[in-house]
Design a protein around this ligand. Structure first.
Ligand SMILES: Nc1ncnc2c1ncn2[C@@H]1O[C@H](COP(=O)(O)OP(=O)(O)O)[C@@H](O)[C@H]1O
Ligand SMILES: [Mg+2]
Length: 325
């Protein structure tokens, strides 16, 4: 399964009619059976990339192999080997959730009995109560989203594309989805997902790329990216902002490589050598200075820290507001 589900992208480019390139020379290899997360602020080119890989949009140039099939010469083979969860594209809004899932299961090659069984299983797993009684048109956005996800999990494609699979879902539903992704991957499926949630990438992905303005600005395992973001940090949240001064003088005596402050929050970057000893010293000094602390933690940089550091660099394009929540 390892080789059969790989994704190879070379020099991929796409420019919509008006505007700058949405995907601007993307190179990426996703080994079969792994989970790859595409991160990036709004407008970075994530959806465009996924739509191209799923044969829904033609690229301007580039060479792409999906599960061994050439996207340009054999798009029908690509379509046979992939699943996609995106903009409810596959759902018929006049049918109920159950009718949709049953039909899509049959289209994916499941027998009548298997389609019924898998539909029932997914309805339970994704808590699709009332999915049989309502048409998709009458469902809430969150419910339609979960039907769409269930559709992506019906069959077991070699490659599954998930475009922001958990955006708009509640925390419990997110866990349900993560579990289903884990099962598919354990069974050999390759997953390329886009997400705005760094915890999702951290939890699911073997490797992560960060896209900005259609270009890859970072690529690696979550661990590699976090190591690039520096050593451990001491994070303090004060009960009273007016105690910031004494805390800063305590921290200054420790000769730390860097300190950033907010109103009540203070983050001190620690030298990586002996963070525990420094933490002990800091805690004792803060206690004897009579500082009241709301929170105090020793933390390694998270993927979120990496992301913020990367995307807060000076940028050329300022026209668009880029949010990352
Ligand atoms: N159908 C379209 N027509 C024109 N421009 C588009 C279209 N879809 C996306 N874009 C533009 O392409 C760029 C990349 O968008 P998109 O791939 O949706 O990014 P992301 O999914 O990372 O938010 C953005 O500048 C966006 O405005
Ligand atoms: Mg998008």
């Amino acid at each position: 399964m390892t080789a059969s589900g790989s994704i190879v992208i070379e020099g991929l480019r796409k420019r919509y009619e008006h505007g700058r390139p949405a995907v601007d020379g993307l190179d990426l290899v996703v080994p079969g059976g792994t989970v790859h997360a595409l991160l990036g602020p709004n407008g970075a080119g994530k959806t465009t990339t996924v739509r191209i890989l799923a044969t829904l949009l033609a690229p301007d140039s580039g060479h792409v192999l999906v599960a061994g099939a050439n996207l340009r010469t054999h798009p029908h083979l690509v379509r046979e080997r992939i699943g996609l969860c995106g903009q409810h594209a596959a759902l018929d809004h006049r049918l109920t959730g159950r009718e949709n899932l049953h039909m899509l299961g049959r289209l994916a090659g499941l027998s009548r009995a298997a389609a019924r069984e898998r539909t029932g299983e997914l309805a339970e797993r994704l808590r699709l109560a009332d999915f049989a009684g309502k048409t998709v048109a009458d469902m809430s956005g969150g419910m339609a989203r979960r039907i769409d996800l269930a559709a992506a999990f019906l069959a077991r494609p070699r490659v599954l594309f998930l475009d922001e699979p958990t955006t708009g879902l509640d925390p419990v539903a997110r866990l349900d989805v993560w579990e289903l992704v884990g099962e598919l991957v354990a069974a050999g499926t390759t997953v390329l997902l886009t997400t705005q949630h760094l915890d999702e990438a951290e939890r699911l992905a073997d490797a992560v790329s960060v896209l900005r303005d259609g270009r890859l600005i970072a690529n690696g395992t979550p661990g590699e990216l976090k190591r690039q973001a520096g050593g451990p940090r001491l994070e303090i949240v004060l009960r009273h902002p007016d105690q910031r001064r004494p805390v800063l003088s305590v921290l200054e005596t420790l000769a730390l490589p860097g300190i950033t402050t907010g109103d009540r929050a203070i983050v001190a970057h620690l030298a990586a050598t002996d963070p525990l000893a420094l933490l002990g010293t800091a805690v004792r000094a803060l206690a004897s200075a009579g500082v009241e602390v709301e929170e105090l933690a020793l933390r390694r940089p998270s993927l979120e820290d990496v992301f913020v550091a990367m995307t807060s660099e000076p940028r050329k394009h300022r026209q668009e507001e880029r949010s990352f929540t």
